[in-house]
Design a protein around this ligand. Structure first.
Ligand code: ATP
Ligand code: MG
Length: 644
């Protein structure tokens, strides 16, 4: 595969060339490296998702002085881009309406929960700029839920059932819409169910020997009314071996928070609505697969006579061109296709964070999609385009060279040192910084050709090119190649400072460059990781040999000889620059400096050090950086290569 940077550099120079022409016209046109679609250039109202559509409708349906919502993840995996929609909806809607949002861990399945996931979820919410009103757990309410379960039995709203999985399925019509019928335990005396439920609690039954089931309505057309399970036994008896189905939830169970206190655990259907009720949730917003559950949600609150929140359902956000499922990501990790859960090629939130995607870009993306009942499936590329546009407007610029070639400007003195002022951005607010210009400069391999041609405006023997912000252009006079590789190793050039009184001819194109200047630590050496899509096709799940067969083996490219200009020090010092939602300048342990000794206590998180490499792409520091050893991730290329 051809390195993308060569393309982007080439394209960017052509854009610069075109834009100069445009700039000479009276009306000023702004240069952008990307070609935004008309819709995306319309200034985005950052609160649009709350003002129109689903969230405006749910508020109109139930206006409330104090909106209370909750984000209820199961702590059984890392959050992904799809979850950011649920976070933006629940936390964002509450904030917009002046209310509050709980972070509630839905920890009713001890077999699948792990402590590391609890911390990771909270970290990502804060990274996205939200602060939970309170952090709660479904398990905080286990006592109360248990009491309500007994109360429900006493109200003849639940019974203990000993049927097998298969029998229960048959009672519900066998999955094929067959006739439905009640189980033999349904009409057992209330007292008997109560005793049996207590026996379940006290360890008389192994998993699946007894269940507490709701006594709903088998006549209903809604499967969520077919006597759902309310409680199941999870703590196995000591002597029991492995259950028959290893994937089943009833196989293990010491709860991360409640330990061995409980042998029985409430199901989602029993827990969710009641905990929503306990917490005074006004708008219980969940994804569309729960639409049918609304009936059982209301049924349980009504039957127990507790406060009933309003459940409404919105469409999930799916991302095409990648996989989000935990099991598939685990497969990718175990087979070495990616390094870990935060591998920048994944779409978990920790991966996007490490890759350098700003939290504000994620929120802006979600907001731009709007919220409705319909599932939204977005190609990963479109997300990247949105990130690119966000970065284009927000981050400072630096000169970065992925594949440098040295140029000796022979008519400059050995000790020539001129400080050149370079703007950090097109936005003057960012200000200027100075970089050294000396006799030895580096340029990108892609900006040199061994033979000049009419359609090539950059450096070639006998051709002149401008070095960005350097007063006069340089002209190549000769070059050397490595006989074994055939690659150009060095170039000789002259500086075209005009004689007094002669007219200076502007070059056709300007390229980025970095000078050698040991006293100012220039250039800064860097190792750059450039990512391409992890999958070679748009729908890896539909690959006939499975999604793993669709993995692109060249999705990570390393540029180990890359260099960055000295402005990087200031970008590190000021990061996150500009301040992005939720990001703070915090002390981190493993961040880099450029070898200069800035106190490590003031270093920002590496992923918040973001910048545009002029004409090359967007980058951030990677957490693998160490003092004197800068590692950069390419967040996105400058342009969407697919558009070409
Ligand atoms: P998964 O099947 O990926 O584990 P889930 O629905 O079990 O998803 P949870 O971790 O329980 O995920 O999710 C917490 C919240 O985020 C839930 O309210 C869930 O509906 C919502 N959510 C999960 N995935 C998406 C998605 N792709 N788009 C929007 N919301 C989502
Ligand atoms: Mg889940």
């Amino acid at each position: 595969m051809e390195p993308a940077k060569a393309n982007s550099a080439a394209d960017a120079v052509e854009v610069a060339h075109r834009s100069r022409k445009q700039n000479s016209r009276p009306t000023k046109s702004t240069t952008t490296q990307t070609a935004p679609t008309p819709k995306e250039t319309v200034p985005n109202d950052p609160e649009a998702m709350f003002k129109v559509g689903f969230l405006a409708d749910v508020y109109a349906e139930k206006p409330s002085d104090k909106v209370v919502t909750r984000f209820p993840p199961e702590p059984n995996g890392f959050l992904h881009l799809g979850h950011s929609k649920a976070i933006a909806i629940n936390f964002g809607f509450a904030k917009y309406r002046g209310g509050v949002c709980y972070l509630r861990y839905d920890d009713t399945n001890p077999a699948k929960e792990e402590e590391k996931y609890f911390t990771a979820v909270a970290d990502m919410i804060r990274w996205l700029g939200f602060e939970p009103f309170k952090v709660t757990h479904s398990s905080d309410y286990f006592d109360r839920l248990y009491e309500l379960a007994e109360e429900l039995i006493q109200k003849d709203g639940a019974y203990v059932c000993h049927c097998s999985k298969n029998e229960i399925s048959l009672q519900r019509g066998g999955g094929k819409g067959g006739p439905r019928y009640a189980c033999p335990h349904r009409n057992r005396p209330i007292k008997e169910s109560l005793d049996e439920f207590r026996a379940m609690r006290d360890g008389k039954y192994a998993p699946r020997e007894a269940l507490l089931r709701l006594k709903q309505d088998l006549e209903s057309g809604n499967p969520q009314m077919w006597d759902l399970t309310a409680y199941r036994v999870i703590q196995p008896r000591q002597s029991d071996g492995e259950e028959e189905n290893a994937d089943d939830e009833n196989t293990a169970g010491i709860h991360y928070r409640t330990g061995v206190k409980w042998r029985i655990y409430p199901t989602y259907d029993f827990t969710h609505c009641l905990v929503d009720s306990f917490e005074g949730v006004t708008h219980s917003l969940c994804t569309a697969e729960f639409e049918l559950s609304r009936v059982s949600y209301n049924w349980l609150c009504d039957t127990l006579g507790v406060y009933q929140p309003m459940q409404r359902e919105y469409g999930r956000l799916n991302v095409a061109g990648t996989v989000l499922s935990k099991r598939k990501i685990m497969d990718l990790i175990s087979r070495g296709h990616v390094h870990d859960w935060d591998d920048p090629r994944l779409y978990t939130l920790i991966a996007l964070k490490r890759r350098g995607v700003p939290p504000g870009a994620i929120l802006s993306f979600v907001n731009g999609l709007g919220v409705s009942k319909a599932t939204t499936t977005i190609p990963a590329k479109r997300f990247e385009q949105s990130v690119r546009q966000y970065l284009e407007r927000t981050v400072p610029r630096l000169m970065v060279i992925l594949d440098p070639i040295v140029v000796t400007i022979e008519n400059l003195p050995e000790d020539h040192l001129e400080m050149v002022e370079v703007p950090f951005s097109k936005d003057p607010e960012f200000g200027l910084h100075a970089v050294p210009f000396t006799r030895t400069v580096y340029i990108d391999r892609a900006d040199f050709r061994e033979t000049a041609s009419k359609d090539f405006f950059r450096l070639a023997p006998g051709k002149s090119v401008g070095l960005l912000k350097v007063p006069y252009p340089i002209t190549a006079t000769s070059f050397e190649t490595d006989p074994s590789t055939g690659l150009v190793t060095s170039i000789k050039a002259t500086y075209e400072k005009p004689e007094e009184g002669t007219i200076f001819k502007k070059p056709k194109a300007y390229i980025h460059w970095i000078a050698e200047c040991a006293s100012l630590n220039s250039p800064i050496k860097a190792s750059v990781r450039a990512y391409e899509p992890l999958f070679a096709c748009d729908n890896p799940d539909s690959h006939p040999d499975g999604f793993l067969a669709a993995v692109n083996p060249h999705s990570e490219q390393a540029y180990s000889n890359a260099i960055v200009e000295v402005g990087l020090d200031e970008v590190i010092r000021r990061a996150p620059w500009p301040n992005s939602k939720g990001e703070q300048k915090t002390t981190t342990t493993t961040t880099t400096t450029t070898g200069n000794t800035s106190p490590s206590s003031s270093l920002p998180p590496p992923d918040s050090v973001r910048f545009q490499g002029t004409r090359v792409g967007y980058f951030c520091l990677d957490r693998d950086s160490a003092p004197g050893a800068v590692v950069l991730n390419r967040i996105v290329t400058l342009k969407d290569d697919a558009r070409k």
